[in-house]
Design a binder for this molecule. Structure first.
Ligand SMILES: Nc1ncnc2c1ncn2[C@@H]1O[C@H](COP(=O)(O)OP(=O)(O)O)[C@@H](O)[C@H]1O
Ligand SMILES: [Mg+2]
Length: 233
C-alpha cells in the first residue's frame, strides 16, 4: 500500500504570519515566567495553548495582545511589530488588529449590548452598527441589542465578548480560557462560535484552554511548560 501523507500547511514567515512571537522572555522581579517563547500562527489557523496553572499562559497572552511589552523578544501582528514601548501607539495598533476574549468578559456595564460590540469600531473612528448587528445575530443575540450586560446570563455575556472580539475583523484573535466560567453546553456553543467566526474572517487564533474538547477543535496544540513552548497534539 502506498503511504499517503497529507500535506502540512507551510509555516509562514514571521512577517507573513497573522501572529508571531520571537524569543519572548519575561520576568516579574526575580521570577522568569517566559524563557524565550517563539510561535507563528497563520491566517485562518486556530492554535490551542495548554499547560499547567502557573506555566505562563496568561502572561504570554497579555504580551501577544500588547497589553504589556516583553522584556526581550518580538511580537508581530500581521507583519507589524507590536512590541513598542509606547502604550498609546500599541493601543492604536491593537484596535483594528487584535480581538481579545478573556475568561471573565470585561463588558462595559453602562453600555448596552450593541454598543459593547461597537466599541472597537468606535475606537477606530467608524460606526460599526451594521457589523455589530450582524455579529449579534450570528451569536444568537438578535433582539437583545438594547439589553444591558447586567441582565444577561454568563453564556450570553461571553457571546457578546466573542462578537466584540470579531467586530473589527481583526487579523489576530486571542482568547484566555474563554469558556472557563461556563457550563458544558454554553462552553461548547461559545467555543464553536469563536472558532467559526474567526475562521470565516481568516483570523489567526491563539486560545488558552484547560478544556480538552476545546483544544480538540484547534488545528494544532502547543504546550507551555515552565515558560517554554513544546509542540504537541
Ligand atoms: N503581575 C504579576 N506579578 C508577579 N507575578 C506574576 C504576575 N502575573 C503572573 N505572575 C506569576 O507568573 C507565573 C505565571 O502566571 P500566569 O501567566 O498567570 O500563568 P497561567 O496563566 O499559565 O496560570 C505565576 O507564577 C504567577 O504567579
Ligand atoms: Mg491563566
Amino acid at each position: 500500500m502506498p503511504r499517503v501523507t497529507l500535506p502540512t500547511a507551510p509555516v509562514p514567515t514571521v512577517q507573513a504570519a497573522a501572529l508571531a512571537a520571537v524569543n519572548v522572555r519575561h520576568s516579574f522581579g526575580e521570577l522568569t515566567v517566559l524563557h524565550g517563547v517563539s510561535l507563528r500562527v497563520a491566517a485562518g489557523e486556530v492554535v490551542a495553548v495548554t499547560g499547567p496553572s502557573g506555566s505562563g499562559k496568561s502572561t504570554l497572552l497579555h504580551l501577544l495582545g500588547g497589553l504589556d511589552v516583553p522584556q526581550e523578544g518580538e511580537v508581530w501582528w500581521a507583519g507589524e511589530r507590536a512590541d513598542t514601548q509606547d502604550t498609546q501607539a500599541r493601543a492604536t495598533r491593537r484596535a483594528g488588529r487584535v480581538g481579545l476574549v478573556f475568561q471573565h468578559h470585561y463588558l462595559l456595564e453602562d453600555l448596552n449590548v450593541l454598543d459593547n460590540v461597537r466599541v472597537p469600531a468606535l475606537l477606530s473612528g467608524q460606526d460599526g452598527t451594521e457589523r455589530a448587528r450582524e455579529l449579534l445575530a450570528r451569536v444568537g443575540l438578535a433582539g437583545r441589542e438594547k439589553a444591558l450586560p447586567g441582565v444577561l446570563s454568563g453564556g450570553e455575556r461571553q457571546r457578546v465578548a466573542v462578537a466584540r472580539a470579531l467586530a473589527s475583523r481583526p487579523a489576530v484573535v486571542l482568547a484566555d480560557e474563554p469558556t472557563g466560567s461556563l457550563d458544558r453546553v454554553n462552553a461548547d456553543m461559545v467555543a464553536a462560535l469563536l472558532i467559526d467566526l474567526a475562521r470565516e474572517n481568516q483570523a489567526g487564533v491563539l486560545l488558552v484552554t484547560h478544556d480538552e474538547r476545546l483544544a480538540a477543535r484547534a488545528d494544532r496544540t502547543l504546550h507551555l511548560l515552565d515558560g517554554r513552548m513544546v509542540e504537541g497534539g
